[in-house]
Ligand binder design. Structure first.
Ligand SMILES: Cc1cc2nc3c(=O)[nH]c(=O)nc-3n(C[C@H](O)[C@H](O)[C@H](O)COP(=O)(O)OP(=O)(O)OC[C@H]3O[C@@H](n4cnc5c(N)ncnc54)[C@H](O)[C@@H]3O)c2cc1C
Length: 414
């Protein structure tokens, strides 16, 4: 090793999933280069620790790139390219090679078989120690300047760190102003807005059914032309569940613009539309005529919800299928196929949330993660304008982009 090579240094900014994955791979791939990881706080991998309810939903058991890309409301085209270099299969193998087995749950989410995020943290910390990544805590980068071929990083406390290449993995910030030190490099920042939240309906009577869930509903935001199908959960403040979270993610920008005041329309039995339901109800009148409506729930809906719906349609539970009026039928069809709710506000989903927005993807080369504005600067993770729905997609982007940045920097530094 020559003295010259010894002096080469890669600086990674941020000790989260993307930063660690970048740092440990860069250090392993290029043992003669110093890899320094700067973390603003006194804690490493803090989001990994709390992720997935403390279990860390590492990735998703999806093995088709085109299918996987559909789970990213922002950055779908970008990840289509990056996943060709490092995909879910590579994540599984990377951890497996280091003794971490992942298991798949029914819905496709993958967790360490220990069910503990500590397993992932331990693996990344061991890897960092093995390849001698220099970790500096309480090191908040406040400014990056390029002097010839050297980057000079000034920390918030005045310390200075120098490097030949810099990878920015500082995660999502809720406010545009917090990206100032990155935009000063010349990068455009897409306005950050929250994604993955639940819908509030203060004091709506349906919230008395908190805890009730329906496996398959169709939710639309008619004014914004967004829709999602999937499970929904009634909570004490409104609606949650996978379909709601997905909708919040895909409509994140538009919902922020209307300050989270909007209407949704729910079809509680999406296999029917108004017309086909009318036909089915007619069949029930004939085949189940003597049965009480309140005792026979023909749609497999939770019993409490069915009781709520018939009460809303002003139908007594002891009305027989042959007896209910066409006005009541009309009401029931409207409630089942197109119930409208006014949403007022949002609640952050505690299991997983992300900030959409960040460094504009037009200015990052998807093959290398290198900045198109400042050569030698790289990006990985949530700092970029990429975000996924819940299910392990956000970590997969962090691993993929961190890995690609590590490989590209290693190629360019030697
Ligand atoms: C509660 C919760 C649960 C989640 N669960 C899951 C899950 O199970 N699966 C999934 O796929 N996704 C999950 N996510 C999303 C996922 O955690 C993030 O998308 C992912 O952690 C992003 O990784 P990152 O390294 O880009 O950013 P981060 O993890 O946010 O790390 C960025 C790091 O940079 C540091 N930093 C910031 N600015 C500076 C600076 N100027 N100088 C130095 N350091 C700086 C920060 O302190 C932080 O440590 C969850 C998110 C939350 C909040």
């Amino acid at each position: 090793m020559t003295e010259d090579r010894k002096r080469h240094c890669i600086v990674v900014i941020g000790g989260g999933a993307a930063g660690f994955f970048c740092a440990v791979n860069a250090a392993r791939l290029n043992p003669h280069t110093r890899v320094v990881l700067l973390e603003k706080t006194s804690k490493l991998l803090s989001k990994v620790k709390v992720s997935g309810g403390g279990r860390c939903n590492v990735t998703h058991a999806c093995f088709e790139i085109a299918e996987m890309a559909k789970r990213y409301p922002r950055g779908a085209n970008f990840v289509k390219k990056t996943f060709h270099q490092f995909f879910t299969t590579d994540t599984i193998e990377w951890f497996q090679t280091r003794g971490v087995e992942l298991k798949t749950e029914e819905d496709g989410r993958m967790f360490p078989s220990t069910n503990s995020s500590e397993t992932i943290i331990r693996c990344l910390l061991d890897e960092a120690a093995k390849y001698k990544v220099e970790i500096v805590l309480q090191a908040e980068v406040a400014e990056i300047q390029k002097h010839d071929a050297v980057f000079v990083l000034t920390l918030a406390d005045g310390r200075v760190v120098e490097g030949n290449m810099v990878c920015i993995t500082s995660g999502g910030y809720p406010k545009s102003a917090q990206f100032h030190w990155i935009s000063k490099l010349g990068h455009r920042i897409e306005e950050p807005v929250p994604s993955l939240f639940t819908f509030n309906m203060p004091a709506h009577p349906i919230t008395e059914l908190m805890g009730v869930s329906v496996a398959d509903v169709l939710i639309k935001i008619p004014a914004l032309k967004f829709k999602e199908r999937g499970p929904v959960l009634i909570t004490h403040w409104g609606f949650s569940g996978p379909a709601v979270l997905k909708l919040s993610a895909f409509a994140a920008r538009e919902l922020s613009k209307c300050d989270y005041g909007f209407s949704i329309q729910i079809n509680w039995i999406p296999e029917y539309n108004e017309e086909s339901l009318r036909g089915y109800l007619q069949e029930l009148r004939e085949s189940q005529g003597s049965v009480f409506i309140g005792s026979r729930n023909p749609f497999g809906l939770p019993h409490r919800l069915w009781q709520y719906f018939i009460q809303l349609a002003a139908i007594s539970p002891v009305t027989r299928w042959s007896e209910f009026s066409s006005k009541q039928q009309h009401q029931l069809i409207r409630i089942l196929c197109g119930d409208v709710f006014s949403i007022k506000g949002k609640t952050t989903f505690k299991e997983e949330f992300v900030t959409s927005g960040g460094v504009s993807l037009n200015e990052i080369d998807a093959n290398s993660m290198q900045s198109k504005i400042v050569p030698g600067v790289y990006f990985a993770g949530e700092v970029m304008d990429v975000d996924g729905v819940t299910g392990g997609f956000n970590f997969q982007h962090a691993w993929t982009s961190g890995y690609i940045a590590a490989v590209s920097m290693s190629k360019n530094i030697s």
